[in-house]
Design a protein. Structure first.
Length: 168
């Protein structure tokens, strides 16, 4: 168990108030005793904290009640100004978005209408005809899509069968 006298010596060692001979003697005791070493570390931590507190910037304390309420009023006014600025910025953003809608909405609608018109105009029959494909009825009620060259061959074959059948 650590005595109060030992704690006082450790505090004076940490604060640099011991003579060199006393410091060497106490440091030897601290190295030999684990309890003293723990107490030395704690007192050193406390000393660092106290130095940090003493070095900190002082906080101004209002001199009167009027100063106190004036400081509160200033903080409220500052926050109010910040909120007003944020609201104005948000309002400006939505005004810009409304302007963009007036310009872009009709343009997008026109593009959609043009796209639908093109899709309608390029129906499968028109696409097939434009690319050389045709729909041919092979049997009653059945039809097939075929190339233009195949269509010509089928028509030629059909016409030759008709000619043969007439010739017989």
């Amino acid at each position: 168990m650590i005595r109060e006298q030992d704690i006082e010596k450790i505090v004076r060692l940490v604060d640099g108030q011991l003579s060199p001979a006393e410091s060497l003697e106490l440091e030897a005791q601290i190295k030999a005793d684990a309890e003293l070493a723990d107490e030395y570390r704690r007192q050193k931590d406390v000393s660092v904290l106290l130095n940090d507190v003493l070095k900190a910037d002082p906080i101004s304390v209002p001199q009167s009640q009027e100063d106190y309420f004036a400081a509160i009023q200033a903080k409220i006014q500052k926050q109010s100004d910040e909120l007003k600025a944020a609201a104005a910025e948000k309002n400006n953003f939505w005004k810009q978005m409304a302007w963009a809608r007036r310009i872009w909405a009709p343009a997008i609608a026109a593009c959609v209408i043009l796209t639908l018109t093109c899709v309608y105009e390029m129906s499968p029959q028109k696409v097939a005809a434009a690319s050389g494909y045709f729909e041919v009825e092979t049997e009653p009620g059945f039809s097939t899509t075929t190339l233009e060259s195949d269509t010509i061959c089928i028509e030629w074959i059909d016409s030759s069968y008709v000619d043969l059948s007439l010739g017989s």
